[in-house]
Design a protein around this ligand. Sequence first.
Ligand code: ZN
Ligand code: MN
Length: 143
Amino acid sequence: MENEMVKDAISKLKEANIRITPQRYAVLEYLVEYHTHPTADEIYRALESRFPNMSVATVYNNLRMLTELGLVQEMKYGDASSRFDFSTHRHYHAICQNCGKIADFHYPSLDDVEIAAGRLTGFDIQDHRLEVYGICPECQEKM
Ligand code: ZN
Ligand code: MN
């Protein structure tokens, strides 16, 4: 399953005539394998031992490129570092207010919100985003 996701992403890169460098592959693989919504810095730290010549800017550039191709979603939180999510399906996030952990959840019936919002505002709705906040199961146990 994870391998398939990496393979699909690689073929999209090839279609877009983007060279698959080992670093690029590693960034992609990391995002698919550790679905923790990492920051660029976290990815950099996880890969720096494998790629001693890689800079954090390289990681950023790769993430930017993957985002532009629509393979990765950038999650911006005001002044805090962006988090990156390998996602091909729409989903939502539950964010732990204690440890910052982010869990994915799917809730397809929320697509109706776009129709309702369009009707209520006259907007041609393109997208929506939802985050819920609370305490994750691990933190609940520790409390
Ligand atoms: Zn937590
Ligand atoms: Mn996610």
